[in-house]
Structure formats: structure tokens, C-alpha cells
Design a protein around this ligand. Sequence first.
Ligand code: AMP
Length: 194
Amino acid sequence: MRRVCVFLGSNPGTNPNYLTTTRALGAEIARRGLTTVYGGAGVGLMGELANAALAAGGEVIGVIPESLRQKELAHKGLSDLRVVASMHERKALMAELADGFIALPGGMGTLEELCEVMTWAQLGFHKKPCGLLDVDGYYATLCAFLDHAATEGFIMAAHRAMLLCEADPAALLDRFDTYTAPTVAKWVTKPQAL
Ligand code: AMP
């Protein structure tokens, strides 16, 4: 693994532990000699992640659409800032650059980015690890919902299990190192037409 992509809030959230764990993840990625890939903003948890990784001597690549450069106040001190034309290009480039994906607490954007890489993983378009860094149970209700979706026959158990979940940055990155993608068909119930 060379580069880890992190999806996270452009807001800081209300619990100070979101900031603390974000900084710890940035520092841990750098300590392992890995490059951080993220959305390029200088605000919210996003800015904190980049600052922590840079302060620990790490390389940070930001990917930001031109339209958000002002709105999300692009980080000015990154090792590399890639300016792209659209949100779609942003996600595609982040996915291409990274060897694994982590979601820290965040809102709509974070969820959308996570769901896209998980969808691509279950379709076998990539075999890269995906994980939640679950600070103070922030993602407990999402995990419960995904369990429900699996029980109700919309997600295969093997695909549900692909989303790793840890509360500690080092523990999650350790699991990334030993991750192997499962090879299973997408269908929970095979369609009759196939
Ligand atoms: P949020 O979790 O809503 O604070 O958003 C986190 C990051 O995701 C921000 O940089 C948003 O600009 C970004 N984002 C939101 N929607 C999308 C999208 N459809 N494609 C790519 N990035 C997005």
C-alpha cells in the first residue's frame, strides 16, 4: 500500500474527539510512510487531516473541483493539489490514486464517496480495502443499517463484511495490510434471466 484516501467532513463536527482522531489518522498514515489522498479542502476535519499528515512529514495530495476551490478554501500548503473539472472527476481521480479508502465522520459528501467506492468494490471493479474509522460510535447506526440491508436480502454477507470498522487508526491500517477482497457474485438471489 502506497496511498490512502480519506473521506471526511468539510465541517469539524461537534465532538472534539472527531478532530483528535482525524489528527491521529493523518499522523499515523505519515508515520507509515504512506501518502494521504483527500478532497483538498483547508476547512473542517479535511484541513486538520492534511495539517497533521504534513506536520508528521507525510506527503498529501488534494483533489478539488475548480468550482469548490473558493467554497471549500483549498489548502495552500499541500505537496500536490490537483484541480479537476467536476465532482465526478474528483472521485475518479481519488479512487485511481489510492490503494485503500477510509471514512472518518462526515456528512453527505463523505457518505456519497464511501458508498461509491464500496459499490465499485462489490462489483469487483477494484480490490482495495475500505474502512470506517468509527469515532465514539459515529457510524454505529450506519453499520446497523447495513446489517439490516444484508438481513433483508439487499447486500450479500460477504459484501457487508468488506467494510472494515475500527475505532483506532493504527488498528484499521493494520487490517488494510492483510486485506484480501472476496470473490463472490453480486447477487444475493440470482436473477432468473441469468
Ligand atoms: P461533507 O461530508 O458533506 O462535509 O463533504 C465532504 C467532502 O465531500 C467535501 O469536500 C465535499 O465537497 C465532497 N463531496 C460532496 N459531494 C460530492 C460528490 N458528489 N462528489 C465528490 N465529492 C463530493
